[in-house]
Design a protein around this ligand. Structure first.
Ligand code: HEC
Ligand code: HEC
Length: 179
């Protein structure tokens, strides 16, 4: 009897374990997919490149643009963003490894549209960026848009810190859907 109970317990036990494993592994797989798409900024990167403005996700620019930015930090859009060699090397590697790239699955592949062979340094100068903001530009027709008008992404995209630029997540008052 005791032995029988033990067997039953063992069966139930392994069933439970199986369930946990199944859901557990499923959870990890789902989590893995989510993690690949979300922006999980690197702490040192944010400290270095988030001091003056929003720390742009590396996936918003091709590696060539990041390399150009990192080469010219002492004259960074008329500002000085120089840092020590060790930090610069770390940041360069982080940017290169996570850059916008053909064939790399990304929420931001629309930014690759009509990418010139020599990509611009600014995200806001990418043809794909301009295309994604066409309806906004139409709305602002006649307004004198200074250089850098679109640079503070977080002004309009309220979840930019999480790398979420979906139309549904615009700040109130911005964009065609919320006006
Ligand atoms: C000392 C302040 C400062 C620091 C530090 C700084 N930036 Fe900037 N960054 C600026 C300014 C100013 C602009 C131009 C903003 C504008 O036109 O409104 C800019 C613009 C940019 C843009 C272009 C945004 C667009 O319009 O598409 C990128 C990309 C960028 N910075 C990346 C970086 C990276 C990477 C680092 C870290 C290595 C960094 N920045 C550190 C001041 C800084
Ligand atoms: C002045 C407000 C404003 C600023 C600043 C702005 N955006 Fe946008 N963005 C919009 C609007 C509005 C749309 C939706 C346009 C449409 O529906 O056609 C949009 C669309 C997008 C999309 C496409 C989203 C989708 O679901 O198709 C991306 C990606 C994006 N923005 C990224 C950025 C990034 C990166 C920055 C900063 C470099 C930025 N935006 C700055 C207003 C802004």
């Amino acid at each position: 009897m005791d032995e029988h109970l033990n067997k039953t317990q063992r069966v139930i036990g392994s069933g439970l374990l199986g369930t946990v494993l199944l859901f557990g592994v499923g959870g990890i797989v789902v989590y893995g997919l989510e993690a690949e798409q979300a922006y999980q900024p690197d702490a040192l990167y944010v400290e270095e490149c988030g001091a003056c403005h929003y720390a742009y996700p590396p996936g918003l620019l091709p590696a060539a643009s990041w390399a150009g930015i990192m080469r010219g930090l002492e004259d960074h859009f008329e500002d000085n963003a120089e840092t020590d060699d060790e930090t610069a090397a770390y940041v360069s590697k982080y940017l290169a490894e996570n850059a916008l790239q053909m064939g790399r699955p990304s929420k931001w592949s629309m930014l690759l549209r009509n990418m010139p062979t020599e990509p611009p340094l600014r995200i806001t100068d990418l043809p794909g960026f301009i295309q994604a903001h066409e309806s906004e530009l139409e709305l602002l027709e006649g307004v004198d848009l200074s250089v850098g008008f679109f640079s503070p992404c977080e002004d309009c995209h309220r979840q930019a810190d999480q790398g979420l630029f979906d139309k549904e997540l615009l700040s109130k008052g911005y964009g065609p859907t919320s006006r």
